[in-house]
Ligand binder design. Structure first.
Ligand code: MG
Ligand code: MG
Length: 250
C-alpha cells in the first residue's frame, strides 16, 4: 500500500534529497579520468558523514558500498571497485541518504572527458525522458502516463527501455509502493494523488533493452553490450504539480 505524505513529511524527504543533490553535484565536478569508482564511493561517504546523514545504499539488501557507479554497458547497481575511469566513459552515479529516518534518492549519468556523439545523445535523451516522466506526474494522472511519457520519448529516438528495474515510491523506506515503470499505456495503472513521493528513474539503452545481472548479484549490464544511461529524481506530486525534491539547481 502506498502512503500519502503531509507537507511536513515532504519537507523531511526534501532535506535528504537536497543532501543527495549536493553530493551528486560535487561528484559530477570531481569525477575525472584516472579516478576509480572506489574513489568516488569514498568521497560520497565522506561528504555524507560531513552532512550528518546516513548512506542509504550501504548494506541495503547487502549492497557493499554507499554509491552505485555503473560504467558504459552497466545499467544500474554497479559496485564501486578499483576500475579506473577512462576518457570517453560514461558513468551512472546513483546515490541516496537517510536523514531523520527519511530517504532521498537520485541518479545522474556523466561523461568522463570527451565522449562519443552517440553517448552524448543517449545521456541527453535519457535525461529528457526523466523530465517527461516528471511532467506527467500530476494528481489525477495515472502511473501509466508516466511510463508512457518516458517510453515514447526513448523509443522515438531508437532507444530501449529497461523493463526489469523500475522507479518507486520513497519516504520512510528507500523502496516503497508503488512501482513506477518506465514503460506503459496512457490512462492505465494507479491514479496519482497529491502527497505521493516518487523516485522516477529511466534506464535507457542504446541497443536492446534486455539486461542481465552479473555474478556479483548486483550489477545489471546490457545483454548486447550497448551503452546505457540512468537519471533519477525524487519528486513530490502536489496539487500545484510535480516538485523535484532532488533538484541540483536549488
Ligand atoms: Mg537511485
Ligand atoms: Mg531509486
Amino acid at each position: 500500500m502506498y502512503t500519502i505524505k503531509s507537507a511536513r513529511e515532504i519537507q523531511k524527504i526534501k532535506k535528504s534529497c537536497s543532501i543527495v543533490a549536493e553530493i551528486l553535484g560535487i561528484l559530477m565536478e570531481e569525477a575525472t579520468a584516472g579516478m576509480t569508482t572506489n574513489d568516488l564511493d569514498r568521497r560520497a561517504h565522506e561528504l555524507t558523514l560531513k552532512k550528518g546523514a546516513i548512506p542509504a545504499f550501504k548494506d541495503y539488501n547487502g549492497f557493499p558500498k554507499v554509491l552505485c557507479a555503473s560504467v558504459n554497458e552497466e545499467v544500474v547497481h554497479g559496485i564501486p571497485d578499483n576500475r579506473e575511469l577512462k576518457d570517453g566513459d560514461i558513468v551512472g552515479l546513483d546515490f541516496g541518504v537517510i536523514v531523520d529516518g527519511w530517504y532521498g534518492d537520485s541518479a545522474v549519468t556523466i561523461p568522463i572527458g570527451k565522449t562519443s556523439k552517440e553517448a552524448e545523445k543517449l545521456m541527453k535523451i535519457t535525461q529528457e525522458c526523466l523530465y517527461k516522466g516528471i511532467e506527467a506526474s500530476f494528481p489525477g494522472n495515472r502511473l501509466g502516463d508516466i511510463g508512457y511519457a518516458v517510453q515514447a520519448h526513448a523509443e522515438s529516438n531508437g532507444y530501449g527501455v529497461v523493463r526489469e528495474f523500475v522507479g518507486h515510491g520513497i519516504g520512510r523506506a528507500l523502496h516503497e509502493e508503488p512501482q513506477v515503470p518506465n514503460f506503459g499505456k496512457k490512462g492505465t495503472g494507479l491514479t496519482l494523488e497529491a502527497g505521493m513521493c516518487l523516485a522516477i528513474e529511466p534506464m535507457i539503452t542504446a541497443g536492446s533493452y534486455k539486461v542481465k545481472v552479473l555474478k556479483n548479484n548486483w550489477t545489471a549490464v546490457t545483454v548486447d553490450g550497448s551503452l546505457a544511461a540512468h537519471f533519477e529524481h525524487t519528486i513530490a506530486v502536489t496539487e500545484q504539480g510535480p516538485i523535484i525534491l532532488s533538484d541540483r539547481t536549488n
